[in-house]
Design a binder for this molecule. Structure first.
Ligand SMILES: [Ca+2]
Length: 232
């Protein structure tokens, strides 16, 4: 009943895949559950392996033969084989299960990447999750250094594994992606002297002594500098 399906060097949309369905991994009366990614109705049972080959995540199939006598089949495409998931391979009548040689059983891809079997010279490829890169997605992307972050120009960017954080700089408030200047003068957060004017600036503020007062702005004394010197 089972053929040795060997799909090799057939390229679809520039994606070459090499997938082999050997007879030693074909089981009548079995079905792999919890790993089906797509179900297709077909009239030629051998076409199920073809569909699996064309679905990059697929490495095994369940074929269900309907009892309607019309020769229809239900083809389930699975993103795993029974290897490492033995408890998911259950007995079920009218089903047959067929697995390809998978190079993703010992998932070589890091950081929650998706492993797809049959691609590249290694026999698999990894689809990285956001924030990682490299042949097996082992490398964190430093978004801060690479300048691909979305932090405000008034924020610090902190790289993290798989992502990054934005923190508004002193004098600004917000979520880091948007930072608004804090008006210290209105908010009473300034430390200008009682006899000083407070001027808000972007990210900070200035203190200037009122007329007839002199000093740093944080401390203001009555009288001009000259008079102070004269007084001394
Ligand atoms: Ca990062």
């Amino acid at each position: 009943m089972y053929y040795n399906f060997h799909f090799k060097d057939v390229c679809i949309a520039d994606q070459c895949r090499n997938l082999e369905f050997g007879p030693e991994k074909a089981f009548d009366g079995k079905r792999l559950i919890n790993h089906t990614i797509r179900t297709v109705e077909i009239t030629n049972s051998g076409f199920c392996e073809n569909l699996c080959y064309m679905e990059p995540d697929c490495v095994s199939i369940n074929l269900y033969t309907w009892g309607d006598g019309n020769g229809n089949y239900q083809c389930e495409l699975n993103n795993a084989t029974h290897e490492g998931h033995e408890e998911k391979l259950i007995d079920q009548e009218m089903y047959s299960y067929h697995a390809a040689e998978s190079n993703c059983v010992q998932n070589p891809c890091k950081n929650n990447a998706t492993c797809q079997s049959g691609f590249t010279k290694k026999g698999y490829r990894c689809l990285c999750t956001a924030g990682f890169e490299g042949p097996i997605c082992q490398r964190d992307i430093n978004e801060c250094v690479r300048g691909i972050h979305k932090c405000s120009s008034d924020a610090f960017c902190n790289n993290t594994k798989g992502s990054y954080n934005c923190t508004c700089k002193n004098g600004f408030t917000g979520n880091g992606r948007e930072c608004k200047d804090i008006d210290e003068c209105v908010g009473g957060l300034h430390s200008c002297g009682f006899d000083a004017y407070c001027h808000n600036t972007k990210g900070s503020y200035n203190c200037t002594c009122k007329p007839e007062f002199t000093g740093s702005g944080r401390e203001c004394k009555r009288g001009s500098t000259c008079e102070e010197i004269h007084d001394m």
